[in-house]
Write a protein that binds this ligand. Sequence first.
Ligand code: RB5
Length: 142
Amino acid sequence: MKIAIGCDHGGFELKALVINHLEKRGIEVIDKGTYSTASCDYPVYAKAVTAEVAGKNVDLGILICGTGIGMSMCANKEEGIRAALCHDIFSAKATREHNNANILCMGARVVGPGLALMIVDDFIDTPFSNDERHIRRIEMFS
Ligand code: RB5
């Protein structure tokens, strides 16, 4: 599995933990930045990750900012992107099963690192259900 990850200054520290966690699991990670805690504009990094996901260069994406809200709003503007803001395990599993979400968004000022890593694991380990009704509903997005 290959994952693209991006963050702004608010998500920089959590992004480093997530990358370390994923690499320990043997998952290939493409880090699209930001690369420091200097203040920056989250849409730049949202677009860098959506390009990787929409271009099918990676299997999934992860975006982290202070709240996860700006990242999810920006990511969902892009064609073919289904970005889900998740701060609990139930939502992380359900959005893969039901919505075939291809980007996980999290807010580093909302969740602690322990829960964030559990959310990441459940998101990437849960397959889409491939259920006809869920496929139909996703196709109705556009
Ligand atoms: C940056 O201060 C903050 O606005 C950003 O990380 C994010 O929470 C936006 O949605």
